[in-house]
Design a protein. Structure first.
Ligand SMILES: Nc1ncnc2c1ncn2[C@@H]1O[C@H](COP(=O)(O)OP(=O)(O)OP(=O)(O)O)[C@@H](O)[C@H]1O
Length: 355
């Protein structure tokens, strides 16, 4: 099983060429980057400028949505208001030609899987948002899709319903190893945990599409959005030969000492917040990157303190609460930040050189 999607849709800012084998694939990106549009192209619900969707070797260009073997759980579960829950779920199998009895059996099965059997006779208007989301998942699965598209499946759920839905998604995706699951999410934790394990690939939509194994995408961010997901500091710069990079700042060009690299031209320089050390006095000794600036914000972050700095390069540092207490630091305080060259990485940027 595999899903190939090539789509260009200028109006929606979408330009992708993806080849997704069976497994779990996360799609993320800033608001308006085209995530929902991508799913609608795969499901056959929209007409982009150009699209080629191939599922399990079948070209879907001329295939109507209900015959594509694609299940879509959209952000606002559009259940049919005049049908009860069971008939909503039975709709998919019915429209692919299953008899009434068989379609109802299938619906009952999937309603049980998502824990909604006792709501089978209700109308959608009598469901909470979280319950409607579960019915929408059952409906997507009842069509026995080869590809399951999930648009923010946890977004409508409250804190209590979320673990149950995560468990259902994990069960479903494990039960069908040949299924291609495409999960749209804003939350990097979903990329890592939604189906009980790290997604096989991650795609970040935006001006430039980033795609690959999750770890690779997060370790080599090519956009501020991805760097934000990964929590790393990101600077657009021009690579210097062998090691180092130069970036323009308000005070003129700044050289950044980096580990050795073979990048030429435009690059992204990254370093993790926990690679940034903070000092009250100018540090002495080995670090070659030492910048002076002010603290702009301090936040608690997963048991650590994140300190946002306004230095020649805007950046954040992650320190232990104990280190923060020892310094101590408040917004507006002057501070020195240092980063070892060996902790600074350089990735090609594939855009016009800067600096
Ligand atoms: N029905 C529509 N008609 C015209 N333009 C639309 C329509 N829906 C979305 N757009 C535009 O297409 C672009 C992509 O939208 P889309 O909803 O696919 O992005 P998204 O990444 O899913 O966003 P979000 O994170 O906000 O859900 C945006 O610029 C949006 O304004």
């Amino acid at each position: 099983m595999s899903l190939q999607v090539r789509a260009d849709w200028a109006q929606r800012g979408l330009a992708v060429d993806l080849d997704l084998p069976a497994g779990r694939h996360a799609v993320t990106g800033p608001n308006g980057s085209g995530k929902s549009s991508l799913l609608s192209v795969i499901a056959g619900l929209s007409r982009p400028d150009r699209a080629r969707v191939v599922l399990d070797g079948r070209a879907l260009d001329e295939v109507p949505p209900h015959r594509r073997r694609v299940g879509l759980m959209s952000q606002a579960p559009a259940l049919f208001p005049h049908l009860d829950v069971r008939d909503n779920v039975a709709f998919g199998p019915r429209s692919t030609g299953r008899g009434r009895r068989g379609a109802r059996d299938t619906a009952n099965h999937w309603l049980e899987v998502v824990g909604m059997s006792s709501f089978a006779d209700r109308r959608p208007a009598q469901l909470s948002g979280g319950q409607a989301a579960r019915v929408a998942l059952a409906r997507a699965l009842a069509a026995e899709p080869d590809a399951l598209l999930l648009d923010e499946p946890l977004a409508a759920l409250d804190v209590e319903a979320t673990p149950a839905m995560r468990a259902v998604l994990a069960d479903v995706t494990h039960a069908r190893e040949d299924l291609v699951v495409v999960l749209v999410t804003h939350d990097v934790l979903d990329v890592l945990t939604v189906a009980d394990g790290v997604a096989d690939t991650m795609t970040v939509l935006g001006e430039r599409v980033e795609h690959g194994p999750v770890r690779q995408v997060l370790e080599h961010p090519r956009s501020a959005f991805t760097a934000g997901l990964a929590g790393v500091n990101l600077v657009h710069a021009a690579a210097l030969s062998g090691s180092g990079a130069r970036t323009p700042t308000a005070d003129g060009p700044l050289e950044i000492a980096t580990g050795p690299h073979d990048v030429t031209g435009a690059c992204w320089v990254t370093f993790a917040p926990d690679a940034v050390s903070l000092h009250r006095e100018q540090p002495e000794g080995s670090p070659r990157n030492v910048w002076h600036g002010r603290v702009s914000r301090v936040e608690a972050h997963a048991g650590r303190a994140r300190v946002w700095l306004s230095t020649p390069l805007p950046m954040s540092a992650e320190v232990t609460p104990a280190a923060l207490a020892a310094l101590p630091l408040r917004p507006g305080d002057r501070v020195w930040a240092s980063v070892k060259a060996s902790q600074v990485r350089v990735h090609p940027a594939h855009t016009d050189p800067v600096g």
